[in-house]
Design a protein around this ligand. Structure first.
Ligand code: GFB
Length: 323
């Protein structure tokens, strides 16, 4: 494993952040700008379709970035993953392959590929260490997404082995924060619960409907903490094996719903819709490797939820500000 200040990037390095309008990419952008990086480049989907090999390769050959953060992905919650299975596997495979191979062709020596904790086996021992990858069957609801992300991790690894590249993969846990997706049909659980609690409070509903049994456990990391961890690895020129990025603590979905209710100030009673899937019973990341590299999460869950709620597009203050 390598983490050193040797060859640490200079503030004028040309850094390409993919997916900068999404939750993760926008957090990376904020963090890099706050860190004084002066040449961060971005492209909207309309300007550059990352699924299109020819465009991506031409763009990278022309721009010659020093570093790429691969934060772009087709993402969604349990229902979106399970429903749009073809979109999830195809788009994520293409994004990873086009960017990794295109980076290599353009002579880009270093990049970071962001995978996800759901690529570990469904029944991995907890907390999940990095070496659990590919040791068992995947969770069915997100298998297409997981297969594509595993391919991305392996692509990076293969270009390192065959071509001496320094392509790093990180494994974030479940994320939340500003610019999250609040569409109830496609979102992850945390934004969904924030929105449901907000609307239940406004309407004076008696019940707050939570999917599944409430017993699955999930670990949640505030997205600005994730961005900070990624930039920490980048600044220390980390070029070792896969690194989990999490906070090291998990909660049940029921506990999460209780915290969200309190933060939002929603008095409704929690009820469970067990016709919806639970997904993986538990996926807590072991963050020993990340801690040994000198980083730990800072934002407590309750504070992060309060910040996410304050930034949500439907929050009263934001609504007033935008009308
Ligand atoms: O966040 P989530 O959609 O995805 O769901 P996963 C987590 C848990 O929360 C499941 C429950 O047990 C859901 O049934 N849940 C309760 C809800 N209420 C709700 C709700 O209103 N909306 C949603 N969405 N869930 C995803 C993967 O898995 O995690 C992706 O499918 C990705 O591939 C992502 O890896 C991080 O944590 O189960």
């Amino acid at each position: 494993m390598a983490a050193s200040d040797v060859g640490a990037p200079h503030k004028g390095a040309k850094i390409f952040v993919t997916g900068h309008r999404g939750m993760v990419g926008s957090a990376l952008l904020r963090r890099l700008q706050a860190g004084g990086y002066t040449q961060v480049i971005t492209r909207t989907h309309a300007e550059l379709d990352l699924v299109d090999q020819r465009s991506v390769h031409a763009f990278l050959a022309e721009e010659q970035p020093d570093y790429i953060f691969i934060a772009a992905a087709k993402v969604g919650g349990i229902q979106a993953n399970n429903t749009y299975r073809a979109d999830f596997i195809y788009q994520n495979l293409m994004i990873a392959a086009n960017l990794v191979h295109g980076a290599h062709l353009a002579g880009v020596q270093r990049l970071m590929f962001l995978a996800s904790s759901c690529i570990y086996p469904r029944d991995a021992a907890q907390p999940i260490t990095e070496d659990a990858l590919l040791t068992g069957a995947l969770e069915a609801t997100n298998e297409p997404y997981a297969i594509a992300k595993i391919a991305g991790v392996k692509l990076a690894e293969c270009y390192n082995r065959q071509h001496g590249r320094q392509y790093v993969s990180v494994m974030p846990t479940n994320l939340y924060g500003p610019n999250d997706n609040y569409d109830l049909a496609t979102s992850h659980v945390l934004p969904a619960l924030i929105r449901k609690a907000h609307e239940a409070k406004q309407r004076g509903d008696k019940q707050l409907v939570v999917w599944g049994s409430g017993t699955p456990r999930r670990e949640f990391l505030y997205v600005d903490d994730l961005a900070d961890a990624c930039v920490h690895l980048f600044e220390h020129s980390y070029d070792g094996p896969l690194v989990n990025i999490g906070c090291g603590q998990d909660v049940t979905i029921r506990q999460l719903a209780e915290v969200v209710k309190e933060v939002v100030g929603c008095p409704a009673e929690i009820v469970f819709d067990t016709s919806k899937p639970d997904g993986t019973p538990r996926k807590q990341l072991d963050v020993t490797r990340l801690a040994s590299l000198g980083w730990r999460a800072r934002t407590p869950l309750r504070d992060g939820i309060a910040r996410a709620y304050a930034a949500a597009p439907f929050h009263t203050d934001n609504h007033r500000a935008s009308t």
